[in-house]
Design a protein around this ligand. Structure first.
Ligand code: NAD
Length: 496
């Protein structure tokens, strides 16, 4: 059986402890992945520290050229990488290609590095004195990423870190590790020097080694909220910069004036796309007033039409869940919702896909009359379950969203500009869609939620990404003429 190795200093590195990697569509173990620990992290830090000495001195032109070449390789190998992701994650190949495209946009953002890294200059702040600033890389930085976007989420991090002159250690999810090694190979072919991009596989041991290693300057994390809090606490207490993005419960509000068919179509795709395993998935539809019955009727029809199957089969719209445990957890949650009083309008439990009876499939589930007290509302289910909550007014819907501990994404479906403006101004959520169900910001904006969806203060990619991976220097300069005499006093310097 294939063993997926670490990638350290431009070479594969094996290990003795391994974990299974499944094909979620068949339920079969298809590979093993090495599980790293302190020794492997140490080796990666040593390689990355050495590489930093030269990479941090490379020119903007050289780094930009590597990024252009890397971008081109991502285009050429999109289908291949998409199939690798689909086989380990379960999502459809088209969906996987979509995440590669969205990740590639971050590479495109740093292809304009020369512009993004420009500093500022102030002439003659005092007589004969100028001030300018510029930014420098931190050193060795690390990224710890979740299973649900094995290409895109790491791509939110490493292109910016590397383009700004840092060296990088990626600790991907152990459930779908192969995409990280494939990306390492593309970087090598793009001309990136050995040791600049490294991959250490593993679980908690590898993460803990990263969080405490004195040679790592900063940690980027994306995953569930409890682990985001843990990573933030541990890494900051070890003197590192941290950006830590957590879980979500995203509400889509539908007002009575919305085009109900349009809204239901988009909410269905946002809820069941990637089997609901997206941090921006729509997991709650808030139906306001008389929108409710009509909306539920269309949502039911759409949920029943979703084509569930293996991610590499033509025509599949929704694949399996990532693990058997996830399948069981989601199906159990639907049962609990029913006992707590929700109406199970569409029941996805027990779905069998012909020829894939052992796969981790569950069908789309639609729950109506869900209330804020029920587990199906309170917990992030991370599966194809859409909960409909009924509200009397837009303000009540906003109150519901604001009382939720998460604040990642939200959407409003309406024909009213006034309602849209009130919604976007009052809702305590980081990313907002107006008639857009999954409002993932473009790479030149930063991605990040509020409240428990983002721990600390740094969002990811865009301007926050550049700031996170660099430190500013402000230089005050005077070039006196040889003959010039300046009176020097002992008081604190002020300008004149
Ligand atoms: P997870 O938190 O279980 O794992 C994320 C990473 O942390 C993995 O690399 C994993 O190996 C590591 N990890 C897991 N348990 C750990 C522990 N006890 N100690 C140290 N490290 C540990 O998340 P997941 O299940 O892989 O991904 C799904 C979660 O990620 C969902 O909550 C989803 O909302 C969230 N997510 C958030 C965003 C966002 O942008 N806010 C994006 C994608 C996913």
């Amino acid at each position: 059986m294939n063993t997926i190795p670490h990638w350290i200093n431009g070479s594969p590195v094996t290990g003795t402890t391994t974990a299974p990697v499944f094909n979620p569509a068949t339920g079969q173990e298809q590979a093993r992945v090495v599980l790293g620990g302190g020794t492997d992290v140490d080796a990666a830090v040593t390689a990355a520290t050495t590489a930093f000495e030269t990479w941090s001195e490379s020119s903007l032109t050289q780094r930009t050229q590597v990024m252009f070449a890397f971008r081109q390789l991502l285009v050429e190998h999109e289908e291949e990488l998409g199939r690798i992701i689909s086989a380990e994650h379960g999502k459809t190949v088209d969906d996987a290609r979509g995440e590669i495209t969205r990740g590639r946009e971050v590479v495109e953002f740093v292809c304009g590095l020369g512009d993004v890294l420009k500093g500022s200059f102030s002439d003659q702040v005092s007589r004969g004195i100028d001030v300018h600033d510029f930014r420098q890389p931190l050193g060795v930085v690390a990224g710890i990423t979740p299973f649900n976007f094995p290409a895109m989420v790491p791509l939110w991090m490493h292109p910016i870190a590397i383009a700004t002159g840092n060296t990088f250690i990626l600790k991907p999810s152990e459930r779908d590790p192969s995409a990280a090694n494939f990306v390492a190979e593309l970087y090598r072919r793009a001309g990136l020097p050995d040791g600049v991009f490294n991959v250490v596989h593993g679980g908690k041991d590898a993460v803990d080694a990263i969080l405490t290693h004195p040679g790592i300057e900063a940690v980027s994390f994306v995953g569930s909220t409890p682990i985001a809090k843990y990573v933030h606490e541990q890494a900051t207490s070890h003197g590192k910069r941290v950006q830590a993005l957590g879980g979500a419960k995203n509400h889509a509000v539908v007002l009575p004036d919305a085009d109900i068919e349009f809204a239901a179509n988009h909410i269905t795709a946002g809820a069941y796309g990637s089997a609901g395993e997206r941090c921006m998935a729509v997991s709650v539809a808030v139906a306001v007033g008389e929108a409710a019955d009509a909306l539920v009727e269309v949502l039911e029809r759409k949920a029943r039409e979703v084509k569930v199957g293996p991610g590499d089969a033509p025509g599949t719209e929704m694949g399996p869940l990532v693990t058997k445990a996830a399948q069981e957890r989601v199906e159990n949650a639907v049962g609990v919702a029913a006992t707590q009083g929700a109406t199970v309008v569409v029941d996805g439990r027990g779905l069998k896909v012909d020829g894939h009876e052992e796969g981790f499939f569950t069908g789309p589930s639609l729950l109506d009359h869900v209330t804020a007290e029920m587990d199906a509302y309170r917990e992030e289910l991370f599966g194809p379950v859409l909960a409909v909550v009924r509200a009397e007014s837009l303000d009540q819907a906003i109150g519901l969203i604001n009382a939720n501990p998460y604040g990642n994404g939200t959407a409003l479906f309406t024909a009213s500009g006034e309602a849209a403006r009130r919604f976007q101004r009052n809702v305590k959520v980081g990313m907002i869609g107006i008639n857009v169900p999954v409002p993932v910001p473009m790479s030149f904006y930063s991605f990040g939620g509020w409240k428990d969806s983002l721990i600390g203060d740094s969002a990811i990619h865009g301007p926050d990404g550049i700031r996170f991976y660099t430190r500013p220097k402000v230089v005050t300069t005077r070039w006196p003429q040889p003959t010039q005499q300046t009176a020097v006093g002992f008081e604190f310097p002020t300008s004149n």
